[in-house]
Ligand binder design. Structure first.
Ligand code: UTP
Length: 302
């Protein structure tokens, strides 16, 4: 019987400093992509890949994420009283099945590896997915689904080819061999290598399927690049022990952890929407060259 990935971890314990002041009192993962929070997109993607249990690793100031995936009695009553049945049903349709969602708290944001480790007892002894809500994808099929479609029990990461200028911002693969055009076997990983030391141009983007063996390394709580407990270090260790793969993802990725990636994602996702597309295309095509020049020169753009 094929091995299924049933559980997913959503690490949402980070501080989101690149989005301050927006993220001072609001989690970065609740920033809307068009009209759904980033974390909502990630949960939908996980569902589309067959995930049944959703584990959030939260931190201080993240309680709106729990509220978002919970019933809202006042709102539902209001919608019902106003006869907005469609909205009410749509709202209820995506609520998680009771008992299939869990929250655990990362008391200190010590790094992504530490956040994943915080979920160890909820994962137990089976392979699991990790989704970072700030990477979002538009492609022929959801990113995690592209991975579960080729999953055969071994750990794997989603990867993208990154140019030399940006490679030092990523976890980068040491490639052992090309298995198929979109699949490579990995012998190790390096977190944020210097450009001239990057072992390849294949970088990890925020989706992982991992065997529980990874917790053996994370148990050591070893600090890596930037003094953080890095997931990449645990993956590199794992790749030295077990078969480990990189899946080249078809489609476009947006780094919503950066402001420009977030803005681009909003435009791209809005263009996918029949109710927004025409208006946005008109606006974008009327954005005159003169105005762009004025804004770029620091003049009044409004
Ligand atoms: P980032 O590396 O983007 O860090 O985390 P960040 O703190 O969220 O944002 P900046 O860099 O300060 O702007 C990627 C994902 O890992 C989670 C974050 O919540 C985000 O979803 N994370 C990161 C944790 O859950 N815990 C951590 O200790 C670090």
């Amino acid at each position: 019987m094929p091995i299924r990935v049933r559980k997913a971890v959503f690490p949402v314990g980070g501080l989101g400093t690149r989005f301050l002041p927006a993220t001072k009192a609001m989690p970065k993962e609740m920033l809307p992509l068009v009209d759904k929070p980033l974390i909502h997109h990630a949960v939908e993607e996980a569902r589309a890949a067959g995930i049944e249990e959703f584990i959030f690793v939260t931190g201080r100031g993240k309680s709106t994420i729990e509220d978002h995936f919970d019933q809202s009695y006042e709102l539902e009553e209001q919608l019902s009283a106003k006869g907005k049945q469609d909205m009410l049903e749509a709202l209820r349709a995506w609520l998680p099945t009771p008992g299939k969602v869990a929250y655990t708290r990362q008391q200190e944001p010590l790094g992504l590896g530490h956040a994943v480790w915080c979920a160890r007892h909820l994962i137990g002894n089976e392979p699991f997915a990790v989704l970072l809500a700030d990477d979002v994808f538009l492609g022929p099929s959801p990113c995690l689904k592209q991975m579960t479609d080729v999953f055969e029990g071994q750990s794997m990461v989603a990867v993208e080819t990154i140019d030399d200028e940006s490679i030092s911002s990523y976890g980068v693969l040491k490639v052992a061999k090309q298995v198929r055009p979109s699949l490579v076997q990995v012998s190790g990983l390096v977190e944020k290598p210097r450009r001239e030391e990057a072992p390849s141009n294949l970088a990890v983007v925020g989706r992982y399927i991992l065997t529980p063996k990874v917790f053996e390394f994370l148990d050591r709580k070893q600090q890596g690049a930037g003094g953080e407990i890095q997931l990449t270090d645990a993956l590199s260790w794992l790749a030295g022990l077990e078969p480990f793969y990189g899946v080249k993802i078809a489609g476009e990725r947006f780094d919503c952890g950066s402001k420009s990636g977030y803005l681009r994602a909003n435009i791209a996702f809005a263009l996918e929407r029949a109710d927004l597309r025409d208006d946005l295309i008109e606006y974008l095509s009327n954005l005159s060259i003169e105005r762009k020049r004025r804004v770029a020169a620091g003049g009044a753009g409004r």
